[in-house]
Design a protein around this ligand. Structure first.
Ligand code: G3H
Ligand code: 13P
Ligand code: ZN
Length: 309
């Protein structure tokens, strides 16, 4: 099966009220762990590559590894650029075999974000590639944040409609209180579901994207902390909030931090228990297995997309 775009994946996800997992990949073990999980669960899958991943592993290696995953799994897989910051990197991924790119103009003023996104959409659509954009800035809701501050940072529902109409972008990442990394909330986790519902009601049938959506599983935080690491105070988005978002038009849920934590926890534990080991396969094998089990858990309990290929 060739790589697919996310178009059909999102259509089905929207209609059946679940989300597709978009997992960040940086090397072979991460790709294999994720793909093995999706294969066992028969789940649709987005593998995403950041600029940092391209720099670390090289574009060609990642594309070839994903091609191998397609052959091995026979799953519908979409290969996506995560957080493309300019036209050039999007063009390079469109030309270099990706089926989806994100142009992240969220730091730009509205008009500049529209212009840049439109430029990428025009280029990508002519070549059969879909585009994700972002409107609003990711930040956790802190207890003390005022309504005015929230309005200034989070996605404005009316602007979202104007943005989609003017750019013709295929999906939109919105800011409703999630943030990247392992430390998402200082106090109680909170997402602005009222805002999400407004956006969904104004854009019926339109696929929304949630970045910064790792749950930061306590099991891995604890393992990291037990075996010499320090990620004390790490806190993610609770699973029930992600499930709720998946029923409200969020069709793509981005996960990177949970992969990092699962992999690192497993390696820390293994090397602590087997200080004599120096064969990378001895600790990367269990790390790959930890990723697989974690992704299976996500597919079943957070994304709700088991069997949805
Ligand atoms: O949102 C960003 C992703 O977690 C990728 O992170 O730029 O360190 O590869 P990275
Ligand atoms: P997490 O840091 O919550 O995993 O978010 C990843 C992400 O949004 C990648 O674009
Ligand atoms: Zn992101």
């Amino acid at each position: 099966m060739p790589l697919v775009t996310s178009k059909e994946m999102f259509k089905k996800a929207y209609e059946e009220q679940y989300a597709v997992g978009a997992f960040n990949v940086n090397n072979m073990e991460i790709i294999q762990g994720i793909v093995d999980a999706a294969k066992e669960e028969q789940a649709p899958l987005i593998l995403q590559v950041s600029a940092g991943a391209r720099k670390y592993a090289k574009h060609v290696y990642l594309v070839k590894l994903v091609e191998a995953a397609l052959e091995d799994s026979n799953l519908p897989i979409c290969l996506h650029l995560d957080h493309g910051e300019d036209f050039e990197i999007c063009k390079s991924c469109v030309d270099g075999g990706f089926t989806s790119v994100m142009i992240d103009g969220s730091k730009l003023p509205f008009e500049e974000n529209v212009k840049l996104t439109k430029q990428v959409v025009d280029y990508a659509h002519e070549r059969g590639v879909v585009v994700e954009a972002e409107l609003g800035r990711l930040a956790g809701i802190e207890d003390a944040i005022s309504v005015a501050e929230r309005d200034a940072t989070f996605t404005d529902p009316d602007q979202a409609v104007e943005f989609v109409e003017r750019t013709n972008v295929d999906s939109l990442a919105i800011a409703i209180g999630t943030s990247h990394g392992a430390f998402k909330f200082k106090g109680e986790p909170m997402l602005d579901f009222e805002r999400l519902e407004k956006i969904t009601n104004l854009l019926p049938g339109y696929p929304l994207v949630l970045h910064g959506a790792s749950t930061v599983l306590p099991e891995f935080v604890e393992l990291c902390n037990t075996y010499g690491g320090n990620v004390a105070g790490a806190k993610g988005v609770p699973e029930e909030m992600l499930l709720r978002a998946g029923k409200l038009g969020v069709c793509k849920i981005n996960i990177d931090t949970d992969l990092r934590l699962a992999m690192t926890a497993s390696i820390r534990k293994h090397l602590h228990e087997h200080p004599e080991d120096f064969d990378p396969r001895k600790y990367l094998g269990p790390a790959r297995e930890a990723i697989k089990n974690m992704v299976k858990h996500k597919i079943k309990n957070v994304l709700n997309c088991s069997g949805k290929i």
